[in-house]
Write a protein that binds this ligand. Sequence first.
Ligand SMILES: [Zn+2]
Length: 202
Amino acid sequence: MTAHTFGHSTVAKPTGHDASGWHKFTCGHCGRDVSGAIIAAVNRREGGFIYWLQCSACHDASVLADDQNYYPGLAYGPVIEGLPDDVSAAYKEARQCLSVNANTASEGMCRKILMHIAVDKGANEREPFAAYIDFLEHEGYVTPPMKEWVVLIKDHGNEANHKLPASDRQRAEGTLQFTAQLLRTVYEMGFLSKKFAKPKTS
Ligand SMILES: [Zn+2]
C-alpha cells in the first residue's frame, strides 16, 4: 500500500518549541487574529503545503489547504456572545453563507433568526412571521427606533425566500448587520452585564 505510506511519510508534526510550530492566521470560527498551533504539516511533492491548525483562542480546528484558502473561511459579520445554542447555530450559518457569497441563503437564515428569537422568548412557534415581530415589540425587545430595520430583516428574508432574483451582496450584508444588532440588544448586552454584576451583600 504505497499510497498509505506516502500519506504519512510526508506529514510533519511540529512540537511548538520553535516558530515552525506556529502559524499566524485569522480563525474562521472565532474571527480572532491568532498564532495557531500547527498540529500537522504536509509539504506536498507537487509543491505547496497543507497545515492542520488549532486556534490558540477558541481551540477549534482549521485547515490551510493546498489552494491557500483556510477552511472554514472567515465568516462575515461580528461574533456575538451569549446566544442560546439554536440561535447561535443559525447566526453562524447566516455568517458562513456570506463567506461563500450565498447571499440569498444568508438572508433566509436571518429571517429565520427572528423566529428563533421570538420562540426563545416565549412566542408560539406556529405564528406567521409578522406575528413574531409584533411579539418582540410587545415584550419590549424591539423598541420604536429599532422597528424599521427589524422589519427589513423580515422583508429581505421574504424576498430571498419567495422571489426569483438572487439577493444582492450589499443588501445581504445589511440584513446580517441588522440581525447582529438585534442579537446584541436581545442577548449580548445582558450577557456582558452579568460579568460586572456585584455579588449580593444582603
Ligand atoms: Zn478561533
